[in-house]
Design a protein around this ligand. Structure first.
Ligand SMILES: *Cc1c(COP(=O)(O)O)cnc(C)c1O
Length: 406
């Protein structure tokens, strides 16, 4: 991965990928320019022998392309499309792969932005959605769909696992089966999964039948809280469609963002491993703390829990996201947050610095109360993203903040 997709001898021998900060690219001659546009607009197919040039940075840029090549390796995907944000990757993929009059089935706990996009934006384009409980049998889910929506096509089954912010995990293989059962001769339902929390190091959803793997690259992949980016990965035929929409939405990742991502990818594995190691120590400390009601940390799922087998099957680590329920009311959760010193109060996650947030009144404030209670986003819930600080320092900070809680 470290050197894949880049040939130093095409760039003055530069050992590291240069930043190609240019909006346009010079054609060698008119014929080359014409060939490029004929293929780009689909007037003819690219010949196997043909090596087409770059033309314009909204369509493609070398830094994004090299980062895409490297991301492909992590997920064992045929193709990758890099975007200006996670939401750009998610919204562009959904719009390209669904259609007016169609239906999206989705798991219950989703990133706040995705939830809003599916429930409040897609209806404007006559795209409906139905939530399903992944604990239900496939037959039950399918008959519920029939009852509510009749025979209308399901274009997408959309899931997020582990879910933000509860760390709930979802059976990817079962959802892939669901997508297959909902497919008809004329309409293939695709399984899309948001893999931001555990991927690509500890979770490879393509192995379990996912068609498109989505990322907020802003989080672990970027890893330093200094870029906003997103990615979609999967079969070439599907990603080519998504890339064609990307050209017209104009939301490809910029050269500089892509260049920073190339640097981030080199330390991805050691960052995530160290963060998970620290997270396990902190989770173990929190579980025993008298002011903590409950800790949702994948690395602490007990063998008797029915999610344990699924956790072992799908994930290679407990990760570095910890969800805690602070005893008492909202004031107490706020007291904890407001008294943290080293851990910063901010949304986002996956950076080298540890962050804490209160999803119930921040990122998920527009999820209705009933749903929030059902999926466990209560006023006591605090989400922690563990970074690269010393574990003793972090525990000291948490201990002091919890001391201020009543
Ligand atoms: C942050 C996040 C997103 C949105 O990504 P942006 O890069 O902020 O657009 C989507 N899904 C999950 C799970 C996230 O944490």
């Amino acid at each position: 991965m470290m050197s894949y997709g880049y040939d130093p001898h095409l760039s003055e021998g530069a050992a590291k990928t240069p930043l190609f900060q240019t909006s346009t690219f010079v054609f060698k001659n008119s014929k080359e320019g014409r060939a490029y546009f004929e293929v780009a607009y689909g007037l003819r197919k690219k010949k196997n022998s043909e090596d087409l040039p770059l033309s314009y940075a909204r369509i493609n840029n070398p830094n994004a392309e090299i980062a895409e090549e490297r991301l492909k390796l992590w997920d064992k995907a045929e193709s990758c499309a890099l975007f200006q944000s996670g939401m750009a990757a998610i919204s562009t993929s959904i719009l390209e792969l669904s259609k007016p009059g169609g239906l999206i089935l989705h798991s219950s706990t989703l990133y706040g932005g995705t939830n809003h996009f599916i429930k409040d934006v897609l209806p404007k384009y006559n795209i409906s959605s139905m939530e399903f409980d992944d604990n239900d049998s496939l037959d039950k889910i399918i008959s519920e769909k029939k009852k509510k929506f009749g025979d209308i096509d399901v274009n997408i089954v959309y899931i997020e696992s582990p879910a933000n912010p509860t760390n709930q995990i979802i059976d990817i293989e079962k959802c892939s089966e669901l997508a297959k059962k909902l497919s008809t001769k004329k309409n293939k339902a695709l399984l899309l999964i948001d893999n931001t929390f555990m991927g690509p190091i500890w979770s490879k959803p393509i192995d379990f039948g996912a068609d498109v793997v989505l990322y907020s690259v802003t989080k672990y992949l970027g890893g330093h809280s200094d870029i906003v980016a997103g990615a979609a990965l999967g079969k070439k035929s599907v990603i080519d469609r998504i890339k064609s929409s990307r050209v017209f939405f104009g939301n490809i990742s910029s050269p500089f963002t892509s260049w920073l991502l190339l640097r981030s990818l080199e330390t991805l594995k050691i960052r995530m491993e160290k963060e998970a190691e620290t997270a396990l120590k902190i989770a173990k400390y929190l579980v025993k703390h008298p002011k903590i009601e409950k800790v949702n940390y994948l690395g602490l799922i007990s063998k008797s829990n029915k999610q344990y087998k699924l956790y072992k099957k799908q994930y290679g680590s407990g990760g570095a996201m910890i969800t805690i329920y602070v005893k008492g009311n909202l004031d107490n959760a706020y007291r904890f947050l407001d008294n943290l010193k080293l851990i910063k109060l901010a949304v986002s996650l996956g950076g080298t610095e540890s962050l804490a947030c209160h999803p119930g009144t921040m990122t998920h404030v527009d999820v209705n109360e009933k749903t929030k209670n059902r999926i466990g986003i209560t006023n006591s819930l605090v989400r922690l993203s563990i970074g690269l600080e010393d574990s003793d320092d972090l525990i000291f900070d948490i201990k002091n903040a919890l001391n201020e809680c009543k």
